[in-house]
Design a protein around this ligand. Structure first.
Ligand code: HMG
Ligand code: MG
Length: 307
């Protein structure tokens, strides 16, 4: 077991990006901007705000410049790390022009998912990221890197942890500050997560790893606990459990931020987030999206979603 002395967990709120990218009805830019502001007001300090991807591929993120610019110029968001997905140099440049404070490239441990999601092989994707790493270094901008399909691929089935380790190591060597390990379709269980982390941590430090768990089968919190026990101290989550990937059919939302915060508060690992305000934000965005389903913690604290 890898233990860590740190008593703080970093949360990366991905609701405005991963959470909304798969919504069928286009969510208006003012709602997206208000969501970011509400999340920051609840105490979240790292918010993945949008994605600078092709609007043909992900129409929901077509307003990325408007959303990022408004957030970057909002005084109440001055202390928030506003990050964005950037699949290539074009995305990076547009993100910088809009005021993004951190960027994230995204690769996959599965060849088929790479092709379906970003239209190129894993190897080609790593090549496309090189200019992003270079340009980011020149500007002093941190780059995060995602690896998708760390447990299984929606097209290929189970993924070999060694493939996850290999692509993670290469991204880290290229200069990624952190590797976020994505259980894209949320099929992981704690034992498999631990097995995968053993392979990845043989190649790079546990302190450089983050967990990104989708909650399709309700294993998100259990997987976070397994990763915490392993020594990980950064997790991605989405308010209200929103999310899914347009190129991973059947993938449900991310683990809900309010569920994660409930766990971390009681563990003494995160006491600075206002859980009630977060739950109210979850209930608010659920109403905006016309959803009746909310995370357990939101239901418990606000009554939203109960009959
Ligand atoms: P492509 O078609 O191979 O790209 O797409 P291309 O370079 O041939 O360009 C084609 C067109 O796209 C051109 O426009 C470019 O200008 C435009 P046209 O001449 O046809 O009008 N284009 C762009 N437009 C805006 N921003 C850009 C950009 N780049 C090219 N950055 C590409 C390749 C990567 C662009 C495309 O496949 C794409 O945008 N994919 C995005 C897919 C995506 O966003 N998926 C969801 C996020 S990943 C995820 O959810 C997983 C994660 O949460 C972790 C996990 O859960 O596992 C991170
Ligand atoms: Mg995701």
């Amino acid at each position: 077991m890898h233990s860590s002395n740190t008593d703080h967990v970093t949360l990366v709120e991905v609701g405005p990006r991963d959470g909304l990218q798969n919504e069928r009805e286009i969510v208006s830019s003012p709602v997206k901007i208000e969501l970011v502001k509400r999340l920051a007001a609840a105490g979240l300090r790292h918010i993945e705000t949008t994605a600078f991807v092709s609007p043909k591929w992900v129409p929901q993120m077509a307003d990325s410049t408007a959303v990022m610019s408004a957030c970057a110029s909002a005084p109440e968001l001055a202390a928030v790390t506003l990050s964005a997905l950037t699949p290539n140099l074009m995305g990076f440049e547009t993100a910088m022009a809009a005021g993004a404070r951190e960027v994230a490239v995204f690769a996959s441990a599965s060849e088929t998912f790479s092709r379906r999601n970003i239209n190129c092989s894993i190897e080609e994707s790593l090549g496309r990221f090189d200019p992003v790493f270079e340009a980011a270094k020149e500007r002093g901008v941190a780059v995060r890197a995602y690896v998708s399909c760390v447990i299984a691929c929606p097209y290929e089935g189970p993924v070999d942890p060694r493939a996850v380790a290999q692509v993670s190591r290469r991204l880290y060597q290229k200069g990624a500050r952190e590797i976020s390990l994505g259980d894209t379709i949320g099929v992981g269980i704690p034992a498999k997560v631990k097995h995968m982390l053993e392979a990845v941590s043989a190649e790079l430090p546990v302190s450089a790893l983050a967990g990104h768990f989708h909650d399709t089968y309700g294993m998100g919190i259990a997987n976070i606990q397994a990763a915490l026990d392993f020594g990980l101290r950064t997790f991605d989550s989405a308010v209200c459990g929103l999310g899914g990937c347009p190129y991973a059919a059947g993938a449900a939302g991310n683990v809900a931020t309010e569920d994660v915060v409930y766990l971390l508060q009681d563990l003494g690992l995160r006491r600075d987030i206002n859980l009630r305000s977060l739950a109210e934000t979850a209930a608010w965005i659920a109403r905006k999206l016309g959803r009746s389903e909310v995370a357990r913690v939101t239901k418990a604290l606000t009554g939203h979603g109960s009959d």
